[in-house]
Write a protein that binds this ligand. Structure first.
Ligand SMILES: NC(=O)c1ccc[n+]([C@@H]2O[C@H](COP(=O)([O-])OP(=O)(O)OC[C@H]3O[C@@H](n4cnc5c(N)ncnc54)[C@H](O)[C@@H]3O)[C@@H](O)[C@H]2O)c1
Ligand SMILES: [Zn+2]
Length: 390
């Protein structure tokens, strides 16, 4: 046997800015210049169609910004606009469409793909870029609160296949992530709120102090006030990147996936609801299930459990959805999420739970009857809240 260590080291760069394509903004130029090499860097840009409506001058601004840097940066074609949202991850035909654009424009491993859009769009374009020529350098520009604070700053991409979330995909560290906070202004309310839940998640698994800040800011977050929302997204991105860089397992070779706290239910619920329930909303419900479950099996105190449920509700998320109770042939569909989660990770089932705020543990067994009892509690909680409201 010939065995040699191969050391791979990469920088994970996340930069915050505003109005990234304003004439004097050098953030993107500066980060691309890190690539070194001779001649102008070729860039092919893809834009999430959903971003255009609220940012009517975006395409013009991109073209103007690049033309002002002619000789250093070469935008090889007008930005390509493709549909975004979860639907784009369910439409395989978009993958070869992106490959064709990469091929037709002579984009190679020394060029860049620039992806501007929500988390779903970045997952799609990131996957196509990672598989073209075995990996083209990718600059991600997340445009939603969730992707700026969570998915967009990670190292994963992928699309849905066999009706399963992220079944096809790869791990690839992006060349850079540029978070332009001005994009948040055009987001509809649901998408603006979604990032808050991933911030709560990352605080729960890693950072008690940040959790306290979220509680203190709950009213402002509920009202989606700019200042607090932006601060929470920045902090969430930072903790996510710290986690990826220091956990010792950036490409998730082990079975543990702490950033996926609450996600085994979430992924299944998104799918069962036909993606009516958005990712952020599903994560809120998924965390609620895992919190109540943890309390029921004696892993978490009643007090901490209630405290977190209250925060999730205080910032404006529901903790129940009717599709949690869907059954097929008499058995609850949501439980299939456990098997799918294990299959996706490979190896033994590993679920991250939070015994107390700021600390995580991994468990390898989940008592399905207790999950069903947790679902029943959430259903009950929901109906009593609805009764109280009216
Ligand atoms: N790769 C990862 O590590 C990772 C981690 C977490 C989540 N994700 C994935 O991210 C996806 C969810 O991403 P998301 O929450 O960003 O939602 P999204 O990408 O589904 O976008 C939601 C909607 O907002 C639109 N939109 C995007 N930016 C906009 C803007 N600035 N103004 C107006 N509309 C805009 C999109 O077109 C879409 O219709 C899921 O597919 C999830 O699986 C990936
Ligand atoms: Zn998530």
């Amino acid at each position: 046997m010939i065995e040699r260590p191969i050391h791979l080291e990469s920088a994970h760069r996340v930069i915050f800015t505003r109005d990234v394509f304003a004439p004097g903004n050098e953030v993107l130029g500066d980060v691309l210049s890190r690539a070194g090499g001779k001649g102008a860097h070729r860039v092919l840009a893809f834009v999430d169609g959903g971003v255009i409506g609220g940012n009517q001058t975006l395409l013009r601004d991109i073209v103007a910004w690049f033309s002002a840097r002619d000789g250093e940066l070469d935008l090889v074609s007008t930005p390509m606009v493709l549909p975004g949202g979860e639907a784009c991850k369910n439409d395989w035909s978009l993958v070869p469409e992106i490959w064709s654009a990469i091929n037709d424009n002579g984009i190679d491993r020394h060029s860049f793909v620039l992806a501007i859009g929500g988390g779903a769009f970045l997952d799609l374009v990131g996957f196509a870029a990672a598989t073209a020529h075995r990996g083209i350098r990718l600059v991600r520009m997340p445009t939603t609160s969730l992707s700026q604070g969570d998915g967009g700053v990670g190292v994963k991409n992928g699309v849905n296949y066999f009706g399963k979330k992220n079944w096809v995909g790869s791990f690839a560290v992006p060349f850079a992530v540029v978070n332009d906070l001005s994009f948040l202004a055009s987001l509809p309310e649901r998408a603006r709120r979604a990032g808050i839940i991933e911030a709560i998640k990352v605080a729960l698994i890693r950072d008690r102090e940040f959790y306290a800040e979220l509680e203190a800011g709950a009213a402002g977050l509920r009202a989606l006030e700019d200042e607090i929302l932006e601060e929470v997204i920045r902090r969430s991105a930072e903790i996510h990147v710290d986690h990826i860089a220091t956990s010792g397992d950036p490409f998730e070779l082990g079975s543990a996936r702490p950033l996926d706290f609450g996600h085994w239910v979430a992924h299944k619920l998104e799918q069962v609801s036909g993606f009516r329930v958005g990712h952020g909303e599903a994560v809120a419900i998924g965390m609620a299930v895992d919190l109540i479950y943890s309390r029921r099996v004696g892993l978490m105190s009643e007090e901490d459990c209630e405290r977190v449920l209250k925060l999730i509700e205080a910032v404006g998320f529901a903790t129940y959805d009717v599709d949690l109770d869907r059954a097929e042939a008499g058995s609850p569909v949501i439980l299939l999420g456990l098997d799918e989660f294990r299959e996706h990770l490979g190896g033994e089932l590993t679920i991250t739970l939070v015994p107390e705020i700021g600390r995580k543990i991994e468990v390898n067994e989940i008592d399905r009857a207790e999950v069903l009892a947790a679902l029943a509690e959430l259903r009950e909680r929901h109906s009593s809240r609805v009764t109280t409201l009216y």
